[in-house]
Design a protein. Structure first.
Length: 633
């Protein structure tokens, strides 16, 4: 039985090889592969990004392919691609049999298509005739056609066509278009280190394109330079000099609106619809961005960071994201100081400890179990012991103020009373409340009261937004729908809303969160928006990150400031000094009506003494206005 199966397998393989050789022989006598089709490619229609007014604010389209003769392409570029993709290119007949055997063994061990063995010729065949989807049948066809191409064309013709049409990320095809986009110069002026950068992209454009991930590009570039040394293309001195150079791109994206959001959308759209449809299919992409607010955000952000860079370091980074409170629609987003030097979208992806911005959730749970903002506690030194571990928390001022109300403790961001309230109100319930706001605490330790959990600026904005929206969590989003060129809707966003706090409880917290801003407004009213505002600052241990997250009746905005390597901003850096002024400037500059927060009808305002909690006169120096449930008549 086994011998019969082996015979059938041998016969099938022999017939397949014979058929393949027959096709190769026939094709070599009757040429039919035509490279000229690539010279007359149709660039298709660009896909258009629309703002919330229906106006274009960005587009995705192919960089124009500019064909260069092989004689115009520097030898270092040719050598870099050979060193990266196909060491035996000039000696094989289209296939790398060692590579095929090696990849077959790897795939057999992994029981999946884990590794390919494509020569430059095979990659060109794939570009001409096939989609990039992996399959064994496609691979067999690809190998046969690679043999055909090698019979019909010279190595120089194959290389020239390949280098002019290979995909190099971000809608860029060919080495000339890539050099123009990355460095603003023709490929004829390409240097050795830049040649290795170009060759590094082919393996995985999304990961190695220098526009997106220069750190990954450096690692891959240096490996290719090492290969070039091993192959004798460059000397050790050339290798060391090229390896020492940074990977940079010209600031072509500078001045383009919403660059970080555009890039995040690109990643999602490429994944959902494919590169071809995105760059040539004429999609209409309806986003939530408000162009006027976005321009304001970018201008204010740039002005603010000019001062921060002078005070701290040019490497200091940050993010700003503004959502429409009632819908969760993202209206403005700045993901970093300079998109051309870093495409990392900190508004979406910088997950950092959020510090005291978490404290409102602690007090929300306290109110749930029957506490009141007029209740008092003692700000004093104390030590927590768990096993052999001791923790003696303190306040940012390193001072203790004694008795104060919970309202005063939240308003002044007192640490000690926040921890005491956390422990007495139900740590596990506070964790559950955080999860309902789509934060992800990993523990219920007392340090959670001080915001020892990581979240992005967007997630933090969504959490704070509940206090401006009657306790409703609303998930933020930036994409409404996508239509094809014929108007057929291909994608539509579904909104997520859930009630996480009762309005009568939520609004008591919202009122206290307005008090600090109102005190500041009294001192410099011209710096504030005319409308009501609530918010909370946050500073983590050693001032590694600074936050301010605040809301008006119309918009909720989070501002994050910190270094990408999470080092300290310095001894006197606080969210109130670094992040709050940026939040205030942005909200003062955007167009929003003079609106006030409305509170649950079952609540009434009363002035209390912030130290004793006793009712007091409005003119009392320690007076704070809080909301309490109305007494029955």
């Amino acid at each position: 039985m086994i011998s019969r199966l082996l015979f059938i397998l041998f016969l099938g393989t022999t017939l397949l090889i014979s058929a393949g050789l027959g096709i190769v022989f026939y094709a070599s006598e009757h040429p039919w592969v035509d490279f000229s089709v690539l010279e007359h490619y149709n660039p298709g229609k660009p896909s258009i990004l629309l703002d919330d007014q229906g106006n274009e604010w960005g587009r995705y389209e192919l960089d124009k392919r500019q064909v260069r003769k092989l004689s115009q392409i520097p030898p270092c570029v040719i050598q870099a691609f050979v060193a990266a993709e196909d060491w035996q290119f000039f000696s094989h007949g289209g296939l790398s049999y060692k590579g095929i055997i090696r990849s077959s063994l790897v795939n057999l061990v992994n029981l999946r298509k884990a590794q390919g063995a494509s020569t430059i010729t095979q990659q060109l065949v794939r570009l001409l005739f096939f989609e990039n989807r992996k399959s064994y049948l496609r691979k067999i066809k690809e190998q046969i056609l690679a043999l055909v191409v090698e019979k019909q064309f010279t190595k120089e013709q194959i290389l020239e066509t390949y280098l002019n049409h290979i995909y190099l990320g971000a809608g860029i095809y060919g080495v000339e278009a890539a050099c123009q986009r990355f460095w603003g110069k023709p490929v004829t002026a390409c240097t050795l280190d830049e040649a290795a950068v170009l060759a590094s992209i082919v393996r995985y454009p999304r990961k190695y394109c220098p526009l997106y991930h220069p750190e990954s590009t450096i690692h891959r570039r240096n490996l290719i330079l090492k290969n070039m040394t091993s192959l004798g293309y460059i000397s050790q001195k050339d290798y060391e000099e090229a390896r020492a150079k940074p990977v940079t791109c010209i600031a072509a994206q500078q001045g383009i609106l919403g660059s970080h959001l555009k890039e995040s959308l690109r990643l999602f759209l490429e994944e959902s619809f494919g590169k071809k449809q995105l760059y040539t299919g004429g999609l209409r992409i309806q986003t939530t961005l408000n162009s006027a607010m976005q321009r304001t955000a970018e201008r204010v952000f740039k002005e603010h960071f000019k001062n921060l860079h002078a005070e701290h370091s040019p490497q200091l980074e940050g993010a700003l994201v503004c959502i429409e409170g009632s819908t969760g629609a993202i209206k403005a987003l700045v993901g970093g100081c300079n998109f051309s030097s870093s495409q990392f979208n900190r508004a979406f992806n910088a997950r950092r400890q959020i510090g005291s911005t978490f404290k409102p959730l602690v007090y929300a749970q306290a109110l749930k179990i029957g506490k009141s903002f007029s209740d008092v506690d003692i700000d004093e030194p104390f030590t927590l012991t768990q096993g052999s571990q001791e923790w003696s928390p303190t306040n940012a001022s390193r001072k203790f103020k004694g008795q104060m109300t919970l309202a005063s403790a939240l308003s002044s961001s007192n640490n000690i009373i926040a921890i005491k309230t956390f422990l007495s109100s139900g740590p596990e319930e506070i964790v559950n409340l955080a999860k309902a706001c789509e934060l992800m605490p990993t523990h219920a330790f007392p340090s959670l009261a001080l915001g020892c959990l990581e979240a992005s600026p967007l997630e933090t904005a969504a959490m704070m937004n509940i206090f401006a929206q009657k306790g409703t969590y609303i998930k933020p989003f930036s994409l409404l729908w996508v239509k094809d060129e014929w108007g057929t809707k291909l994608y539509k966003t579904t909104t997520t809303k859930r009630q996480v706090l009762p309005p009568v409880l939520n609004d008591q917290i919202a009122k206290v969160l307005t008090s600090r801003i109102e005190r500041a407004r009294q001192q410099t009213p011209e710096l504030f928006p005319l409308c009501d505002a609530l918010g909370k600052s946050g500073t983590t241990n050693d001032a590694r990150t600074c936050w301010f997250v605040g809301a008006t009746p119309r918009y909720t905005t989070a501002v994050y400031i910190g270094f990408d390597d999470n080092r300290s901003l310095g001894k006197y850096a606080f969210g109130s000094r670094t992040a709050f002024p940026l939040w205030r400037s942005f909200n003062q500059a955007i167009d929003q009506p003079n609106e006030s927060f409305t509170y649950d009808s079952h609540l009434e305002e009363i002035p209390i003494n912030g130290i004793t909690g006793a009712p007091c006169d409005q003119n009392d120096p320690q007076a704070m206005t809080i909301l309490v449930p109305k007494r029955p008549n």
